[in-house]
Design a protein around this ligand. Structure first.
Ligand code: FAD
Length: 226
């Protein structure tokens, strides 16, 4: 996947400098030069810094809300103070599909948690059970990713990793934990979302066989909370 994207960027005029970091920006009144760790300098008049983000939660610490990597909420998106909820980028919630805490910085999560909270306060008290998901766009490509590949033991690809149409599937103990799809048929996108949620047992051979529909890779009903 990395090689595919690297080729795609380079073919469109982007130069990737690996094993480099920016140590200093120079200029009077406005940036003119980026100085790299190797000593190399790059003339520039605009810098976009993609350096990650941290949640701004100081506002809430004095009020007694539990704060640790965001505002800590349970599977009902409720903080340690009854009746106070958090959703979106700032919420460190308990993911009942993967049995772990996570904080997700993606649009789909913010929308889904907002909708879930609205249902909760209307009296529909269900835990938030949602496959982590994001989409993104690179040049003319759109891609999607479901789940969490941490701890995955096997990876399989469908389609052609040299083209802009492929999917990648991560398995942990033969169960699907994550999937990536770009320009793939809807049946693969649907299987990705459903199977991660169900911790579906899949056949690696079936998954890797491009001549068979992906649904044929399902082995048996998965266990939702395995
Ligand atoms: C450059 C960029 C690219 C991205 N691309 C993608 C993408 O391709 N796909 C994807 O899924 N996600 C993407 N995201 C992430 C997505 O935008 C966020 O996950 C989403 O907007 C989070 O929504 P939110 O409502 O939780 O928080 P926000 O959208 O950050 O909303 C929080 C709001 O609270 C306000 N606020 C903060 N402090 C206070 C205060 N003290 N008082 C009052 N208001 C306050 C802020 O002004 C803001 O309006 C991207 C984000 C960035 C920055």
């Amino acid at each position: 996947m990395s090689e595919f994207f690297e080729r795609y960027y380079v073919a469109r005029g982007v130069q990737l400098l690996k094993r480099e970091s920016v140590v200093r920006l120079e200029g009077k009144g406005r940036v003119r030069t980026a100085v790299l760790s190797s000593g190399r300098t790059i003339p520039c008049d605009l810098v976009v810094a993609g350096v990650g983000a941290t949640p701004v939660s100081e506002l809430f610490t004095n009020g007694g809300l539990a704060v640790e990597n965001g505002i800590v909420v349970n599977e009902y998106l409720e903080t340690n103070q009854r009746g106070i909820f958090a959703a979106g980028d700032v919420a460190n919630y308990f993911d009942i599909i993967f049995h772990k805490r996570r904080r997700v910085e993606h649009w789909d999560n913010a929308v889904s948690q907002g909708q879930h909270w609205a249902a909760l306060v209307r009296g529909d008290r269900k835990p938030f059970s949602h496959v982590p998901y994001f989409f993104s766009d690179v040049f003319d490509l759109s891609y999607e990713l479901w789940g969490d590949s941490e701890g995955a033991t096997q990876t399989f690809a469908r389609g052609d990793l040299n083209s802009s149409s492929f999917s990648v599937w991560w398995l942990k103990q033969s169960r699907l934990v994550s999937a990536f799809a770009m320009n793939r048929p809807d049946e693969e996108r649907q299987a990705a979302a459903d199977w991660v949620k169900a911790r579906q047992l899949v056949s690696p051979e079936g998954l890797a066989d491009n001549n068979r529909a992906v649904k044929e890779a399902a082995l048996s009903a998965g266990s939702p909370l395995a």
